[in-house]
Design a protein around this ligand. Structure first.
Ligand code: ZN
Length: 130
């Protein structure tokens, strides 16, 4: 449970919505550059849809892949809001400072835990597993 007020939560939710719109537009534009995929791109599927993730990987399009990962992060943030765990670090369980949530509404870790995570998962973050 966090001390995020309804107002702050609403504001962060708005940031997520805006970011999602931007990402979806970016993806649509990126994918439309590849004629073969125009039909698929006209209906940007759910970011959790693996076929769409595969599409991005198939395209070898780093920008789309990055956008998709962020869309997933947004989706995850929304589900944390529903579960009332939003704003709480998934590693240490402490509340993430509001300033950090405002700067990065999809943050799921506090800054110290994020540092540790990035140091220990550097290969994954580089997309080496793709
Ligand atoms: Zn933490």
């Amino acid at each position: 449970m966090t001390s995020l007020t309804i107002e702050k939560l609403d504001y962060l939710k708005g940031l997520l919505d805006q970011r999602e719109d931007t990402l979806r537009n970016d993806i649509r534009r990126e994918v439309n550059l590849q004629d073969d995929y125009t039909d698929l791109a006209s209906e940007v599927p759910d970011p959790g849809d693996s076929s769409f993730a595969n599409l991005a990987v198939d395209l070898g399009n780093a920008a789309v892949t990055r956008d998709l990962m962020e869309l997933r992060a947004i989706k995850a943030a929304r589900s944390r809001m529903e579960q009332k765990t939003y704003g709480t670090c998934i590693e240490c369980g402490y509340e993430i400072p509001y300033e950090r949530m405002e700067a990065q509404p999809t943050a799921e870790r506090c800054a110290p835990c994020q540092d540790v995570y990035e140091k220990t998962h550097i290969d994954a973050l580089k997309g080496a597993s793709l």
